[in-house]
Ligand binder design. Structure first.
Ligand code: NG1
Ligand code: MG
Length: 542
């Protein structure tokens, strides 16, 4: 079980990358980081934490409905060099720097300025009840403002409250230096890579990773859970796909990640005669401002729709229960079949349910669309306005005139099926003698294209540039192409025959207007072939 494996801590770079040859392209960057740390902080780092970004091959916006997804880690990553701080009384911020668990955080990119912060321990009266006890530390993070150190703080938050709860033991003061090669705001999950790397760095520097006798030592599943909760502190109510991919990936395959009934991951072999190419639309998705009408709104729409659907299917749910679509499927099929579902049963139930979504449409569709107003939605939920507000709106800021319940659920259920079909096709291809048969690849491509139209038309998380870029990718010879990550900008992923990658990149460069004139590094920054990479790890730097 991948989730139960220990988090790898290495001593050499060749262990991190599997061989001396594989580590060579990375060596300069890792050494530069260690040297830069020494130059800035006057001593060598003790650890370097590494967490990769990820690309999602298929399964968009369904992780928070608890359906399985199919991502893979990419080679691009975030590195954090760190060491306990030597106290320096003559520093201008000495008082802050000397308090328990304080952090001096620097970034190799100069636009991300030096930050000094310290967690505050709440006084014992405040943490007397059990729930509050788990949160005995506080760190100021403003979710309304996108700041680079928020992700560092988010990673630290969980470590503090998980491992230093009650304040009996105090965290060490830490110096850290961050560097990254995952482009920000591009759907490759630089945010999760930051949060996972930060979580790992603070665990390592406080000695919480290596004592195997200590029950508190986390395995990979534990690191995913901790990082997932940590990332929520930055203000996006995301599912767990990015953190799971960043922690649990393996270079030999993609990952099928399941969230229900509990988190688990299994390898999915990919055909070798085709390559996944990432292309950045160069539209930067605005997660903070966009969340109200974008990500967080989709989370609310799918949750409310799950309740309405459950009611219509006669399933029993308590008024406070924020049932997800995956749980509705399980309750519904449990009554139908009375047994746990494997992937192929799940696929059948999804198809049945997809035909039962009319309850999510308004009584009188306005302007030919299936949106409902807030009042209609509350009425359909069967809850009083007060309870509705408390359960579905009190924890999130959303803005909409019409809520598109039918379209959103249609996307989620069909996308969940596409993930299962994609996985099945990969497994069949791998077990057939004819592994690289073009028909398998065409099937995979078709599923990716269907995913793109569903994202674009039903989930409305694409944008004109992503629609254009995926179309140009198909015209340039891809079997299939779709947006990856949350959308509204960021990257696309295309499945391209291996022997046609150069030609594909050349054609896209000629046809996608923002790429015209790009060459060399500038071009390979925005469009590049990826293969699955390895998951997060730590390395001693001695
Ligand atoms: P991005 O925007 O690529 O980091 C987000 C969510 C995922 C998932 C995808 C959509 C975060 C941290 N991650 O990914 O959990 O829901 O959107 O499939 O917000
Ligand atoms: Mg992200």
């Amino acid at each position: 079980m991948i989730a139960e494996q220990p988090i790898p801590i290495y001593t050499t770079l060749s262990e991190v990358f599997g061989s001396v040859e594989a580590s060579l392209p990375h060596a300069v960057r890792w050494n530069n980081l260690a040297e830069e740390f020494e130059r800035r902080f006057g001593r060598k780092p003790q650890y370097i934490a590494r967490a990769p970004g990820r690309v999602n091959l298929i399964g968009e916006h369904i992780d928070y409905a608890l359906f399985g997804v199919l991502p893979a880690a990419i080679e691009r990553d975030i590195l954090i060099a760190c060491a306990p701080r030597l106290l320096n009384p003559s520093s201008p911020t000495a008082e802050l720097e000397n308090s328990p668990g304080s952090v001096v955080a620097e970034n190799t990119q100069s636009k991300y300025t030096r930050q000094v912060f310290a967690p505050a321990i709440k006084n014992p009266q405040e943490v007397s009840d059990k729930a509050a006890h788990a949160e005995s530390w506080h760190l100021e993070i403003n979710p309304k403002e996108l700041r680079w150190e928020s992700y560092v703080k988010a990673g630290y938050y969980g470590v503090l409250n998980h491992h230093f709860s009650g304040g009996r033991e105090l965290p060490v003061p830490v110096d850290l230096l961050v560097t990254g090669s995952v482009p920000a705001g591009s759907g490759l999950s630089s945010s999760a890579a930051m949060v996972v790397a930060s979580t790992l760095a603070f665990l390592a520097v406080n000695g919480k990773l290596e004592n195997a006798d200590d029950e508190e030592v986390l395995n990979k599943g534990g690191l995913v859970q901790l990082s997932m909760n940590n990332e929520k502190r930055v203000g996006v109510n995301s599912g767990g796909m990015d953190q799971a991919a960043s922690v649990m990936s393996d270079p030999s395959s993609a990952l099928y990640i399941v969230f229900y009934p509990s988190l688990s991951a299994s390898a999915v072999p990919l055909p070798s005669s085709a390559v996944f190419v990432c292309a950045n639309s160069l539209v930067v998705a605005d997660k903070v401002v966009g969340a109200k009408r974008g990500y967080n709104l989709r989370v609310v729409e799918t949750l409310v729709a799950a309740r309405i659907l459950a009611n219509s299917l006669g399933l029993e749910i308590g008024p406070q229960d924020k049932i997800t679509l995956r749980e509705v499927v399980s309750k519904y099929s449990g009554e139908m079949e009375g047994e746990d579902m494997g992937p192929s049963d799940l696929e059948k139930v999804l198809a049945v349910l997809e035909a039962k979504l009319d309850v999510l449409k308004p009584e009188l569709p306005a302007d030919g669309q299936f949106g409902v107003t807030m009042d209609e939605m509350i009425k359909m939920s069967g809850l009083s306005k007060d309870i509705f507000d408390e359960v579905y709106l009190s924890w999130v800021d959303v803005e909409a005139t019409y809520f598109q319940l039918f379209n959103r659920v249609k996307h989620v259920l069909s996308e969940a099926r596409r993930v299962l079909l994609f996985r099945k096709t990969c497994l069949e291809a791998a077990s057939s003698a004819d592994l690289n048969n073009k028909f398998f690849l065409e099937d995979l491509g078709r599923l990716m294209n269907d995913s793109q139209s569903s994202c674009s038309q039903l989930y409305e998380c694409s944008c004109p540039e992503l629609d254009q870029l995926t179309r140009l990718a198909r015209e340039a010879g891809a079997y299939g192409s779709r947006l990856t990550g949350a959308g509204w900008g960021g990257c696309t992923i295309s499945l391209v025959p291996e022997n046609k990658v150069d030609e594909f990149i050349r054609k896209v460069r000629e046809t996608y207007p923002p790429y015209r004139g790009l060459e060399g590094n500038a071009l390979s920054e925005v469009i590049f072939a990826t293969k699955p990479g390895r998951g997060a790890c730590g390395k001693h730097d001695s």
